[in-house]
Design a protein around this ligand. Sequence first.
Ligand code: DX5
Ligand code: ZN
Length: 216
Amino acid sequence: MQKTKIAPSLLAADFGNLQRDVELVNRSAADWHHIDIMDGVFVPNISYGMPVLKAISEHATKPLDVHLMIVDPDRYIETFADLGAHVLTVHYEACTHLHRTVQAIKAAGMQAGVALNPHTPVSLLADIIQDLDLVLIMSVNPGFGGQSFIANTYDKIKALKQMMLEKNANCLIEVDGGVNAKNAKALVAAGANVLVAGSFVFKSKDPMATIKSLKD
Ligand code: DX5
Ligand code: ZN
């Protein structure tokens, strides 16, 4: 079995020292850089946009895992491909024509991910799961770092695993929000392949060691 991927979320980095924190992730045991793009409409917060992502991509040496928390993501698919996104994840709740959006992401040369808010059941992905490279299960309500993990996430991961089995689908299961040393093991046991962690990594005394401990 493939080892669990760790994707530190730069939302919790020190923006005054962004290059330093990107380089820390480069040197760490992490697999991806998780980039949270928020528009203040889909979620009640604004994070950072393209110029900052461009600066990040100039220093990052690992794949960019871009999580769009924006309405109408179709408008920016080409832009994120040009900025070097490896995985582009859109929210189920933000896409009226999700199948079209997923095809456009793949046509632009990226892996396609779909994120589900805590209230959105995984069963809604039944007719598109075979087209996806990744499903991101939000374990907090999107918009902010540092929130508490929602325990129902375990059941959602298990339901998703079951659906993938029935549909003969093969995609990564990523969990995002409130991930820490207390829940990481159980998330992996439930079937998670990618763990996103923001505060737990960057607010810790030794982020490198924290990433390593999550990886192990
Ligand atoms: C929340 C973002 C997360 C966030 C996670 O909307 O999608 O990626 O950075 O932060 P923590 O790990 O602090 O919950
Ligand atoms: Zn995220």
